[in-house]
Design a protein around this ligand. Sequence first.
Ligand code: ADP
Ligand code: MG
Length: 291
Amino acid sequence: SIMPATLSAISNGARHGILFKGGVHLENLGNLKAIAFDKTGTLTKGKPEVTDVVFREDLPADVLISHVASIEKFSNHPLASAIVNYANSKGNELTKPENMEDIAGYGVQATINGVEWKVGKADFVGRKEAEEFQNGVALSLAEQGKTVVFARDEQGIAGVLALKDTVREETIKAIQALKREGIHTIMLTGDSNKTATAIAAESGIDTYIAECLPETKVDEMKKLKEKFGTVAMVGDGINDAPALATASVGIAMGEGTDVALETADVVLMKNDLPRIAEAVKLSKKMNRIIK
Ligand code: ADP
Ligand code: MG
C-alpha cells in the first residue's frame, strides 16, 4: 500500500511538472546511484541545424544537398528533417528516389537516377574513406560538437554535411544538481566519439559512451545496474525505449516520442531536466519519514 507521504509527494510532483506512474518510482529515485542520458533531444534540444556543407569537386553543393535531402525525406530521424528543411530553405529541388531504406542507428540508402546512395554515419559509408575525405574535415567538424553526416555515391564519399544541435539551457544546472546528490552521470549516444566528447564537456557530464546502437544502450544499462545498483535512464526517442525499460527508473522527456512516454516510469512533462534532482532530494526526505 502506498504511504501518505508518497501520495502527497506524487501529487506535489505532478503540480511541478514531473509525473510518476507509481509511488515506487519516486521512492527508487532516493536510492539513485547513477543516471544515464541520451544526447539528442535529451541533453540537447534535438533540433539540429545544418552548419557546413563540404562537397566533392565534381559534384556541386546544390546537387549534393538536393540528393541528400531527397533521400532523407523518407527518414523520421531529427537529422533527416533538419537536412530537408535546409534544402527547402535554399530552394533546392528534391527528386523522388527509389528503393529507400531507413537503417536505424546508421542512416538511409536509396537509388537516384540509377545510382546507389548512402547517407549516414562513418561506419555506414565506410569509416576509413569517411575519415580521410578532404584531409579529415569530418574530424575537425566533430571536434566542434557537430554531428557529421556522410553521403556516398558509387564513386566514393560525395560530401559531408555537419549539423549543430544546442545543449538545453537547463542541462548544465540539472547535471550539477545530480552530481551534488552523489549521483554518477553518463551520456549514451549513437553519435561519433569526437562529437560526444564535445557535448559531454559542454554538459558537464562525468562520462560518455559514443556510437551506441539501441541494443548497446540496453547492455550499458545492465552493466550500470550491476556496478551501481539503482540506476536511471533519461531519453526521448524510439531507440531509447529498450534502455528506459531496462533501467531501475526510466525517465522520458515529455515532448519525446509516444513509445518513450509509454515505456517510462516517470515523465518530465515540460522536458524540465532539473526536476530530476529535485525529485531525488524529495524522495530522500520522504524515505526518511517512512523509515
Ligand atoms: P542518437 O543517439 O544520436 O539519436 P541514432 O541511434 O538515432 O543516434 O543514430 C546514430 C547515428 O547514425 C547518428 O548520429 C547519425 O550519424 C546516423 N544516422 C542515423 N539515422 C540517420 C539519418 N536518417 N540520416 C543521417 N544520419 C543518420
Ligand atoms: Mg534522442
